[in-house]
Design a protein around this ligand. Structure first.
Ligand SMILES: Cc1cc2nc3c(=O)[nH]c(=O)nc-3n(C[C@H](O)[C@H](O)[C@H](O)COP(=O)(O)O)c2cc1C
Length: 166
């Protein structure tokens, strides 16, 4: 089973979840940032997982990342998952995909980067393996809500089992 997890993260919360998902997926899973991810995916990839923070009710944009920088973030990526997805072509037939995001737990706002990302990826021809999932973050900078890292690892484990099972 070969899986690639592509993550965007400003304050590190989404990245911590991505690491847990990779651990859950097990051997054969690799992690890369949206900044560094390749535009053409390996043909033998079984699963692409894409995760990023929810900014302004959806995937981040250059303007929302600039706003994060104004709010004190120092490790703001040049390229987010929106740009990564925009650079992808039609995937090989049957390539599976799953998406996740982080969102503030309070106040709970509408909108999800994971939902928007999945819609685009399915539009390109990927087959969804699961519904988009949101993980909670306290405030804008974190920390993650209690139990989220364990939930992310379990999510990865479920995928590994689903893929091995067919
Ligand atoms: C410009 C900006 C807009 C945001 N908009 C939303 C939003 O619409 N809904 C939400 O739940 N969180 C919003 N957030 C909070 C982010 O989701 C939060 O910073 C992120 O989940 C933290 O993950 P990271 O540490 O991986 O960057 C916003 C944050 C920024 C910087």
């Amino acid at each position: 089973m070969r899986a690639l997890v592509v993550v965007e993260s400003v304050w590190g919360n989404t990245e911590a979840l991505a690491r847990a998902i990779v651990a859950g997926l097990g051997a054969g899973a690799t992690l890369t940032t949206a900044d560094a991810a390749p535009d053409s995916l390996p043909a033998d990839l079984d699963l692409l997982v894409v995760g990023g923070p929810t900014h302004a009710f959806g995937m981040s944009r250059p303007e929302t990342r600039a706003s994060a920088r104004e709010q004190g973030a120092t490790l703001v990526p040049e390229r987010g998952i929106r740009e990564f997805i925009a650079g992808l072509g039609t995937p090989p037939r049957g390539m599976r995909v799953a998406t996740f995001d982080t969102r503030t737990v309070s106040p709970r706002l509408p909108g999800s980067a994971a939902k928007k990302a999945l819609k685009r990826l399915v539009g390109l021809g990927f087959e969804p393996l699961a519904k988009p999932v949101s993980f909670g973050v306290h405030g804008y900078t974190g920390p993650l809500a209690e139990g989220e890292v364990a939930r992310a690892e379990a999510w990865g484990k479920e995928f590994a089992a689903a893929l091995v099972g067919g």
